[in-house]
Design a protein. Structure first.
Length: 171
């Protein structure tokens, strides 16, 4: 960015932070045979099961914010690894329900401990996991995540900038 530039946009910083944290979690859970995306799935499933729920793939996709097709792919890989079981929903034959196996529960408990320690480290600049600044940061992120995405706008002449317009990163 040049001297006259106002600096990175909030979107760019969120994107960079998300990538930094994804890489950190990937590295932390790799010894347990998981990726960050798989961890997100099994940790969410663990919490939902503890609350008495046996979610469908669709419900887990909605909960994690991942695409349903990606959740299906992750679930198949986790099933092959013996960490989850996929069964047809008796009330909806089109839906697939997910549950952690005993092995999946053990691996997930280990992974949660590893990731909690990592989060404590990553959040140390804000005072740690339970600090007031971290709670405020979490509240701000939640506010942004709670805003629904607007429908996409088709590209037409009214949404296209001219070639002379200054290009700024939108992320």
């Amino acid at each position: 960015m040049g001297k006259g530039s106002p600096g990175p946009t909030p979107g760019f910083l969120v994107w960079r932070l998300a990538n930094k944290w994804r890489v950190a979690v990937d590295r932390a859970v790799a010894p347990l045979g998981l990726t960050h995306a798989q961890y997100s799935l099994v940790a969410s499933l663990h919490g939902m099961q503890r609350a008495g729920e046996r979610p469908s793939q669709r419900r887990l996709a909605d909960h994690t914010g991942l695409e349903a097709l990606y959740v299906s792919k992750l679930a198949r890989a986790l099933e092959s690894a013996g960490l989850i079981e996929r069964t047809r929903d008796p009330s909806d034959p089109r839906a697939v329900q997910l549950a952690l196996t005993e092995q999946g529960q053990a691996v997930t408990r280990q992974a949660v401990v590893v990731v909690q320690e990592l989060l404590q480290q990553l959040l140390e600049p804000l005072g740690g996991l339970d600090a007031p600044r971290t709670r405020a940061f979490t509240d701000e992120l939640t506010t942004l995540l709670d805003v629904p995405l607007a429908p996409s706008v088709p590209n037409d002449d009214t949404t296209q900038g001219s070639l002379n317009d200054e290009v700024k990163p939108l992320v």
